[in-house]
Design a protein around this ligand. Structure first.
Ligand code: NAD
Length: 281
């Protein structure tokens, strides 16, 4: 039976570490600030944004949530971002995705000042990650790396297989694994014979967004399995990995919920505090 990687526990520890940094910044007269913008009434987004706001306040950050109707125009949102780029209270600006269909997601992300882009989605930060330069790294893959570090799971020299090639999870995950000297294979919806590839993984990371795609017979005995997926089946949350069968074969596994999810918020706080520290020093 696999050892469960407890994301809730580790995110609590990470948030405490961040709070320590926030306390020392307060003593220097700096209060890290985060503003989260939500457009529309997407239920999952509303709950994510509330969670981010609550966690930021608990860690001692100045946090503001701006909730606008889905009828908001793209130019009104661009003007708001422009104003927030120049507002010193905020070191981090996050626009919750997905946006209503009348908005151009790229134009909105590109409008955020790269030094306030704590989601790490701006091309300047994406480029920095690819080039091995410092910049903001997207929170979910950063949270995965932090979990591996906390659990002392070796990455260097290991064969990591990432399933999913999105800009938010899959691609930055690949870059981070390369940075940590893993040998990386990327799989996606057009990959042929997925089980043959996943069975070669020492470290298997699923970021697919479909329930139970990865089953125990697709996993190498003793592998580490990280399940990024968040799916809802009959009202219940589950990941991309069939936990029951996978946990019989893997050595380490993350549950859903309570695995990668809580780390994403913890890394958002870390990125915001990093943004404030960069300005303070
Ligand atoms: P996405 O839809 O943008 O990307 C999914 C990827 O999976 C694509 O690259 C696609 O090629 C690949 N894929 C689809 N079906 C496949 C199949 N049958 N076999 C192999 N590859 C397949 O999704 P995303 O934004 O990367 O998110 C992925 C999942 O992670 C979603 O469930 C999302 O909700 C979740 N997520 C979780 C967190 C978190 O905090 N835990 C954060 C972001 C995303």
């Amino acid at each position: 039976m696999a050892q469960i990687i407890d994301g809730k526990k580790w995110s609590g520890i990470s948030r405490e570490e961040t709070k320590g940094v926030v306390d020392s910044l307060h003593k220097q007269g700096v209060r890290p600030g985060l503003v989260v913008i939500l457009i529309g009434e997407h239920p999952a987004s509303m709950s994510y944004v509330r969670g981010k706001d609550k966690a930021a306040t608990a860690a001692g950050l100045y946090s503001e949530m701006i909730h606008l109707p889905s009828s908001t125009t793209e130019s009104a949102l661009l003007q708001l971002i422009d104003r927030l780029n120049g507002d010193d209270r905020f070191h981090g600006i996050l626009v919750q995705l997905p946006l209503p269909s009348h908005m151009n997601e790229k134009a909105i992300i590109h409008a955020i000042a790269p030094h306030k882009d704590v989601d790490g989605f701006h091309p300047v930060n994406v480029g920095a990650l690819d080039l091995g330069l410092s910049g903001f790294v997207p929170c979910t893959p950063l949270g995965v790396m932090k979990l591996l570090t906390y659990e002392s799971i070796e990455v260097a020299g290991k064969h990591a297989v990432v399933i999913g090639r999105s800009n938010i999870v899959g691609k930055p995950m690949v870059q981070l694994l390369l940075r940590h000297n893993a040998t990386v294979t990327i799989c996606h919806s057009k990959t042929q014979d997925l089980p043959n590839i996943t069975r070669q993984a020492d470290l298997l990371i699923a970021a697919i967004g479909k329930p139970n795609v990865i089953t125990g017979n697709m996993i190498k005995p003793g592998a580490t399995v990280i399940d990024v997926g968040i799916n809802r089946v009959n009202g219940k949350l589950c990941g991309d990995v069939d936990f029951a069968s996978a946990s019989q074969v893997a050595q380490y596994i993350t549950p859903v919920p309570g695995g990668v999810g809580p780390m994403t918020i913890a890394m958002l706080l870390q990125n915001t505090v990093d943004a404030a520290m960069k300005l303070a020093h």
